[in-house]
Design a protein around this ligand. Structure first.
Ligand SMILES: Nc1ncnc2c1ncn2[C@@H]1O[C@H](COP(=O)(O)OP(=O)(O)OP(=O)(O)O)[C@@H](O)[C@H]1O
Ligand SMILES: [Mg+2]
Length: 351
């Protein structure tokens, strides 16, 4: 008995899923912890069909016992959430059958996420495409000979095609960052030149909307203290996206502040091995139910408005993935008409 138990334990440890050993009368002889957690703590010694009901289960068990044939059955457990399993049965020795219950719930939801994503992308691409096709038709119907409306239509077509291009660029960025997410970058990146370069590139755009852009450094930090561990072009993309949002969604005639300081824990305690950059803008307070979802792909509070400004809804999703890759933290908060995006990053150290 001990040897049988040992062999079962080895096998169960190897597959690392809910596993059970059944005798020729289909009583449960052994069950590992995962199986006990799934089917109940008192299953040993009882026939398995009390706990698992499947129309083809008896047949699969017979095939395993008598003909040493392996079977695989799909099985759904309906509790609070729908859970999908695959049952596999195989002969263990002449008197026993091994039953392994693979939990497929995760892969089902990954599939679900993937198909939702494809549906979203298709939907986002379809609207500019429909507009383009519509204008092409209008031009073909005669508008091509009317100078003014032709130019007007061409300008719209250019904007729509531009939107499709931006969407594709953002999707590619996102998939690149996702693919690399498990490998943190480790270059020595000087923060101030990066932020200053970015601010001067975006000041004109901000000024056009009556906004000014300022950078401040707190905590008596000198430029040489302000080095983070990361990838420069990715960090630039992070701050560019956040400043762009502050310009886009902030109220006119207001100041957009970039504030650099030592990283802080939620308790307020400072952490010298971290640096924090906050991008602060004045505008409408973002309601908590939106705040929690901003980093989801394609999530926009006001779809129409953001689209009109040219947003794809992928900016913050890209930011989140880059920050994750840097083993940093992104927090967005909004209260009393002020929105703050806060990025905390590991500081570069020479050692
Ligand atoms: N500073 C902000 N103030 C108010 N709302 C914001 C702010 N930043 C982001 N949002 C909201 O979050 C949504 C998602 O932002 P995100 O940057 O991901 O997409 P986007 O700006 O619409 O498009 P893009 O892909 O061009 O960045 C925006 O559509 C907007 O509704
Ligand atoms: Mg954005």
């Amino acid at each position: 008995m001990n040897e049988l138990k040992q062999r079962f334990n080895n096998m169960a440890a190897l597959v690392d899923e809910a596993s059970l050993l059944l005798d020729s009368k289909s009583n449960v002889v052994f069950a590992n912890d995962q199986a006990l957690a799934l089917l109940g703590a008192h299953i040993v010694g009882y026939p398995i069909d009390r706990f698992l009901r499947h129309p083809d289960f008896a047949q699969a068990l017979r095939l395993a016992h008598e003909e040493a044939r392996m079977s695989s059955l799909d099985y759904t457990l309906m509790d609070q959430v729908r859970r999908a399993f695959t049952l596999r049965l195989a002969q263990f020795d002449s008197d026993h059958v091994l039953l392994v219950i693979f939990d497929g719930t995760m892969s089902v939801s990954v599939d679900r996420i993937r198909s939702d994503f494809v549906a979203n992308v298709s939907h986002e691409l379809r609207s500019p495409l429909t507009a383009l096709l519509g204008f092409i038709e209008t031009l073909q119907d005669g508008a091509i000979d009317e100078g003014d409306s032709r130019d007007h239509f061409l300008a719209i077509m250019q904007a729509e095609a531009g939107r499709m291009q931006r969407l594709i660029d953002d999707l590619l960025s996102l998939s690149r960052v996702e693919a690399e997410e498990h490998r943190p970058p480790d270059d020595d990146v000087a923060l101030m030149p990066l932020l200053e370069e970015l601010a001067s590139a975006m000041r004109d755009e901000a000024a056009r909307q009556g906004k000014i852009l300022t950078i401040n450094v707190a905590d008596d930090l000198s430029d040489s203290d302000l080095r983070v561990c990361g990838a420069r072009d990715e960090l630039r993309q992070v701050f560019q996206n956040l400043v762009e949002n502050a310009i886009r969604y902030g109220s006119t005639e207001s100041e957009i502040k970039l504030l650099v300081s030592i990283g802080r824990l939620a308790s307020g305690q400072s952490r010298k091995n971290l640096l924090r950059v906050q991008i602060i803008n004045q505008g409408e307070t973002i309601a908590p139910e939106h705040l929690a979802r901003l980093t989801e792909r394609f999530y926009r509070i006001d779809k129409g408005r953001s689209r009109q400004i040219g947003g794809t809804g992928l900016g913050l999703a890209i930011v989140k993935h880059i920050v994750n890759r840097h083993r940093g933290r992104l927090r967005i908060s909004s209260e009393a008409g002020q929105t703050t995006a806060s990025v905390t990053l590991p500081r570069f150290s020479d050692s």
